[in-house]
Design a protein around this ligand. Structure first.
Ligand SMILES: Nc1ncnc2c1ncn2[C@@H]1O[C@H](COP(=O)(O)OP(=O)(O)OP(=O)(O)O)[C@@H](O)[C@H]1O
Length: 674
């Protein structure tokens, strides 16, 4: 017996999963990581300003409180240090202890007041920050969703747009982190400044001592942070590979194939390889970081010792009083603390800033895909008014256009329409012209990839033609109110979405503009042969159709297709587009569904896309597409008489049934239970 898939997964074969190639944006991340420490520092102010302005837009008062208390706490540090020095000066002075304590009392009171004020400011800062976080999250995330739900469908065809969007969503989460890190950095800097000022006031020479004692540690902390970021940036492909492997090995969707093809050992082997590399890299990083921080600490330690020796010499030489020397020791320790805050926060600001940059970058790029007055050709053109930090202010409201309630869709004229997807050689739809009148049922037929769904998507205004025009009641889509026009069209797509809602809501979302009345939902379900099936679910129409929630249920492919057809029927749209609505239906359900579609004839318009040609026989007009071009058009009998492509496809399919009928004894006909 040949070796099974477990053996074929042996090292050397299929060692790299091809879909995990490096993405274009990762080179950008890598370039930033290799930019060097100074370049990193130079980028900080821009990132901090972007985050603080996002916070300012979310809540001015709280942002001001956080900023004010942060700086205030720093200033209080300076006062605290100066008061400490005064206390020490008085205590180290000559004379009886009681007199010394009495003399130190004002400074002690100041110290107590400063301490209380600092504590009060810290509490106010914490309170304001806690309230600010959800507001900033909401502000930033809502803007992201306003954009992701409004961009034209073409955006999703653009290179790596989905990747870009995913990182932007993560970047949105980094906003609060960046704001907090920026504020903490401000606090650290204010503390450092305060210590510096206090030290200079005591004795200018001590500033030099302070710098010598603290700079080596600061350099080490920054360098270690930079090493960590470089490793992080270099590992993005590896992380995505791990993420993919996690999903493949633990998710429900891949579980059946994983077992049936015996992919367990193959995937575990992939995991071991990636983790082996990851562990090695993390160990190397730990070694480099430890070396750097140890070297920094050693130099810092020696420098601090030198400072203390210097202080001793100054003391012995009578150049500085004992109190100033004692304050200097406290100042050096304070400076160490502030500096470690500053270096840690710089590291955080940088990392969070990189992620936040993904968000602002995405928002700027996505603005080009927002529908605007410029219409479909707006791609690449200016987007709506941009908010601060490259954030589009909001999705612009549609200008007043045609689309009143009385204006039903009477005629759709497609004039020389083409569409070319990005990075595709030929057009998916090529110069198609046709007219669809109210009440007609028309069918688009043709082989896989002939352009049927693309043409339907353009008629449904989901995609903008790259050539030609589509007129609705004589007016091009650009002259209509986009929402009003879409409200007249219902689309049941091939790639329907399983919304994680109840069965009733899954149908009701077909017409969110109206009240979700149960009788209407049930009537739509009945037309799509879904009513009985839904009633048999554990909670009937209230059954949650998502197994990731407790008590949730999943449905079979055909059952889902009935629900999506019901969604399409609910709206009573002027135009219903049904793209392969019956591919998973059993023959009885299919027959009933097409009967419901035929019932629309004369009343409302239907575009039907299906490969089951028996179902298009009754269509008023059949359009045959081939390689994006319209090659035949007419009623069934006419096309059969022409003996062209349609006749060939129809005869081929019918022959399958005929030969089956000739070899299988006919089953007794059962009454249609609908
Ligand atoms: N988003 C896309 N990006 C790039 N090319 C696409 C995209 N969608 C479809 N295409 C290509 O456009 C052509 C037409 O696709 P379309 O889905 O319109 O065909 P279809 O006739 O509906 O096919 P089927 O019968 O298989 O559903 C195909 O060559 C397809 O590969």
């Amino acid at each position: 017996m040949p070796s099974g898939p477990l053996e074929s997964a042996a090292p050397g074969r299929a060692s790299v999963l091809p879909e995990l190639r490096e993405m274009w944006w990762e080179t950008g991340v890598r370039a930033r990581a290799q930019a060097g420490l100074l370049a990193v520092l130079a980028e900080l102010p821009r990132l901090v300003i972007a985050a603080v302005s996002a916070s300012w837009r979310a809540d001015r008062t709280r942002t001001a409180v956080v900023a004010g208390t942060t700086v205030g706490a720093g200033v209080m540090s300076a006062f605290g240090l100066l008061a400490t020095q005064r206390v020490l000066v008085e205590l180290f002075a000559g004379g009886p202890t009681a007199d010394k304590v009495l003399a130190a009392l004002p400074a002690l009171v100041t110290l107590a007041a400063v301490t209380v004020l600092r504590a009060g400011m810290a509490a106010a800062m914490g309170y304001a920050e806690n309230g600010l976080t959800p507001k900033v999250d909401r502000e930033v995330e809502r803007r992201l969703f306003e954009v992701t739900t409004a961009v034209r469908l073409e955006a999703f065809d653009a290179d790596a747009f989905a990747d870009d969007m995913e990182r932007a969503a993560n970047g949105a989460d980094s906003t609060t982190g960046l704001v907090q890190a920026s504020m903490n950095l401000l606090a650290g800097l204010a503390g450092l400044l305060a210590v510096t000022v206090a030290v200079v006031v005591i004795h200018p020479l001590l500033l030099l001592a302070l710098l010598v004692a603290t700079l080596p540690n600061a350099w080490a902390a920054l360098r270690a942070g930079h090493l960590r970021y470089q490793t992080y940036a270099a590992g993005s492909v590896r992380r995505r590979r791990l993420w993919l492997l996690h999903r493949l090995m633990a998710e429900r969707d891949s579980a059946p194939e994983l077992r049936s093809y015996g992919l367990r050992a193959f995937l575990l082997d992939q995991y071991d390889r990636v983790m082996g590399v990851e562990t090695g890299i993390q160990l190397a990083l730990a070694r480099r970081v430890t070396t750097t921080t140890t070297v920094g600490a050693m130099i810092g330690g020696v420098a601090t010792a030198v400072v203390y020796v210097l202080l001793g010499l100054l003391l012995i030489g009578g150049q500085i009083p004992l109190a100033a020397a004692a304050t200097c020791v406290i100042a050096v320790q304070s400076a160490h603390r502030s500096l470690s805050v500053v270096t840690y926060q710089i590291d955080r600001v940088y990392t969070e800033g990189q992620h936040f940059g993904d968000y602002t970058g995405f928002m700027a790029r996505a603005a080009a895909y927002l529908p605007g007055p410029a219409g479909p050709t707006a791609a690449g053109g200016p987007g709506p008014a941009a908010g601060g930090a490259g954030l589009p202010a909001a999705v612009p409201p549609s200008p007043a256009r045609a689309g009143g309630t009385a204006d039903r869709l009477r005629e759709i004229v497609v004039e020389g329409v083409s569409l070319r997807y990005p990075d595709r050689d030929g057009p998916a739809v090529d110069g198609v012209s046709l007219t669809i009148r109210q009440g007609q049922t028309v069918a688009f037929v043709g082989e896989n990839g002939s352009g049927k769904s693309t043409l339907a998507a353009m008629i449904a205004t989901l995609r903008c033609p790259t050539g030609g025009t589509i007129r609705y009641n004589g007016r091009p889509a650009a002259e209509w109110d986009a929402d009003a026009l879409r409200a007249r069209i219902a689309v049941v797509t091939q790639e329907y979405h399983k919304w994680p809602f109840t069965a009733a809501t899954n149908i009701a979302i077909g017409d969110v503009g109206t009240e979700p009345r149960q009788d209407r939902i049930e009537a739509a379900a009945a037309r799509a042969v879904a009513h009985e099936m839904i009633r048999e679910l554990p909670h009937g129409y209230e059954t949650l159709l998502d197994r990731t929630f407790a008590g949730g249920q999943d449905l079979s492919g055909g059952q889902w297709q009935r629900i999506t057809a019901a969604r399409g029927f609910l709206r009573e749209a002027d135009l219903l587009i049904m793209d392969e609505p019956s591919s998973a239906l059993d023959p009885r359900a299919e027959d009933a569904l097409f009967q419901a579609i035929r019932d629309r004839r004369g009343r409302a318009t239907t575009i039907l896309i299906t490969h089951r040609l028996a179902n298009v026989r009754h269509a008023d007009r059949i359009y045959v597409l081939h390689h994006g071009r319209l090659v035949e058009a007419g009623a069934h009998d006419q096309l059969m008489a022409e003996d062209g492509r349609y006749a060939e496809l129809f005869t081929l399919q019918a022959a399958g049934y005929d030969s089956a009928r000739s070899t299988v004894a006919p089953a007794p006909r059962r009454a249609n239970s609908g």
